[in-house]
Design a binder for this molecule. Structure first.
Ligand code: XMP
Length: 512
């Protein structure tokens, strides 16, 4: 085990991720609880994270002194470097507020930290945090690498195995950072590197059991990967004290509802309440054309239906959600300023306040690709865990203008064919998200010997890392031709197909 002492950096979870990638188990503990955790976990090494405070502020966080006295390897990053310097008798001087920036470090002396990775005399890109600075190193320490603005970019005490960096090795912009962290946890701390998703699963199950006790949990299933993985994991932990509720709003893709129901009831035998609320939703959406009104109508009804179902099964003590780590970061405002609502995203985020249930969020520490791995570990198929994201409001936001059952049927057919062609071409996994949109526009066509006057279908496919920015997918024309021909021939009601070549920004991924 590696203990990660968190001083509140926005990227502490990335340290844990890098440690996991190295096949080593770690626990992140807030600095206030680090002393107990250190005694409890008996770690083989400790990583001190960055953080927003200044070590010069009165009352600013410190690492437990016991950590320094135990003789274990320590890796101190950014704020961790400063508090390490202070706590071991060095000096720190104030700078300006912490901010990130690209920098280049020059390696001036060897260190066990980068043995086999960086050579003396070489130069490497890192992501540096500017702020307070170490001005005098504690006894036993010496500078190993510098950058223009950071004379102590890497400073270590090789004998005591304490390694400090002013830069952040855990972020993507420090290209060799993952290797440095792996080197630390495996070679220096001596962790074996055989820790796997199977071990994560077992640990997560224990954590859920400890949190939930004898309580009951309710989980809203969306059909997506995250809520499904969360539900399967929780079921493994507490069995039938978990109830899943799947609210079918009638805006699902073809076969989606059946797939979820049979997976949960048939394959996993997890108690599932399947509510067919499509009449209610479609009635409420009748004649609604404004995208925000659509979203809000669906979001509110969803909560109503979910609440009613929760009441029917006698309530629960906990609400399970498939919140991922990026959702956690994005929900925190770093600027402090109000941000503009581009779209009202609908998920079950509005529920907890109203329902007074505690939250169980077993995926809070994970990133999307790790959730997929965990899903596979839990026995979900590749096809299921590899699914493209699907928005809470479903097909409603892929039919600009008023929604009708007829339009939904047409769109489902077109969407199915489009995705079928994408799978056949072997492109599904290369694309972040692909879907058809049914436009409220009719155009003239000719089919056989007759005139048609039917709807236009737009196809969309994007690549993205996190859905925040996206590029349209560059299909070859032959592919688009095949998909278009099939859609027009097989779907009554569509006589023209166009491809959307808008990136995000300035577009968004969905059309509404
Ligand atoms: P946009 O359209 O905002 O979409 O570029 C970014 C990503 O979020 C998905 N999306 C949603 N997901 N509830 C969700 O759970 C929503 O209301 C919602 N709106 C958009 C969208 O499919 C894309 O993956």
């Amino acid at each position: 085990t590696i203990l990660i002492v968190d001083f509140g950096s926005q990227v502490t979870q990335l340290i844990a991720r890098r440690v996991r990638e190295a096949g080593v188990y770690s626990e992140i503990v807030p600095f206030q609880k680090a002393e107990d955790a250190f005694a409890r976990l008996q770690p083989k090494g400790v990583i001190l994270s960055g953080g927003p405070a200044s070590v010069l502020d009165p009352g600013s966080p410190r690492a437990p002194q016991a950590v320094f006295e135990a003789g274990l390897p320590i890796f101190s990053i950014c704020y961790g470097q400063q508090t390490t310097a202070l706590q071991l008798g060095g000096a720190v001087e104030g700078g300006h507020a912490a901010e990130f920036g690209r920098a280049f470090v020059s390696v001036e002396a060897p260190s066990a930290l980068y043995e086999g990775i960086w050579e003396v005399g070489s130069r490497h890109q890192v992501w540096m945090s500017h702020g307070d600075r170490v001005t005098r190193l504690p006894e036993g320490f010496s500078v190993k690498a510098t950058s223009e603005n950071a004379p102590f970019a890497v400073a270590t005490d090789e004998a005591r195995r304490i390694y400090t960096t002013m830069f952040h090795p855990e972020v993507y912009h420090t290209p060799d950072g993952a290797r440095l962290i792996a080197r630390f946890v495996r070679d220096i701390c001596g962790c074996s590197g055989d820790w796997t998703m199977a071990a994560y699963r077992a640990a997560a199950v224990e954590t859920i059991r400890a949190q939930v006790g004898e309580g009951r949990v309710i989980c809203g299933l969306s059909g997506g990967v995250d809520s499904s993985v969360a539900a399967v994991l929780i079921h493994e932990a507490i069995g039938d004290r978990l109830t899943c509720v799947f609210v079918d709003h009638g805006l699902m893709r073809a076969g989606e509802a059946d797939e979820v129901v049979s997976l949960f009831r048939g394959h996993y035998n997890i108690p599932l309440v399947h509510v067919d609320a499509s009449d209610t939703f479609l009635a409420a959406l009748e004649g609604v054309t404004d995208p925000e009104v659509k979203r809000k109508t669906i979001g509110k009804l969803f909560i109503d239906v979910f609440e009613a179902e929760a009441k029917k099964i006698g309530g629960a003590d906990f609400l399970a959600q498939g919140t991922l780590y990026p959702d956690v970061i994005e929900s925190v405002s770093f600027t402090g300023g109000p941000s503009v609502t581009i779209k009202s995203h609908h998920n079950v985020g509005g529920l907890p306040d109203r329902m007074a249930m505690k939250l169980v969020e077993p995926l809070r520490e994970l990133f999307k690709d790790e959730v997929r791995k965990l899903g596979r570990e839990l026995g979900l198929t590749d096809a299921f865990v590899g699914r493209h994201p699907f928005p809470g409001p479903g097909l409603a936001i892929r039919i600009p203008g008023a929604i009708t059952r007829e339009k939904l049927d047409i769109l489902r057919k077109a969407d199915t064919i489009y995705l079928d062609e994408i799978r056949k071409a072997g492109l599904y996994d290369a694309i972040w998200q692909a879907f058809a949109v049914l436009l409220p526009v009719q155009t003239v066509g000719v089919m056989g010997d007759g005139r048609t006057y039917d709807s236009v279908c737009a196809l969309r496919a994007v690549t993205s890392v996190d859905g925040m920015t996206a590029d349209f997918y560059p299909f070859d024309m032959a592919f688009l031709g095949r998909a278009a021909t099939r859609i027009i021939n097989e779907v009554k009601g569509i006589n023209r197909v166009v491809y959307d070549v808008t990136s995000k920004p300035p577009g968004t991924i969905e059309w509404e």
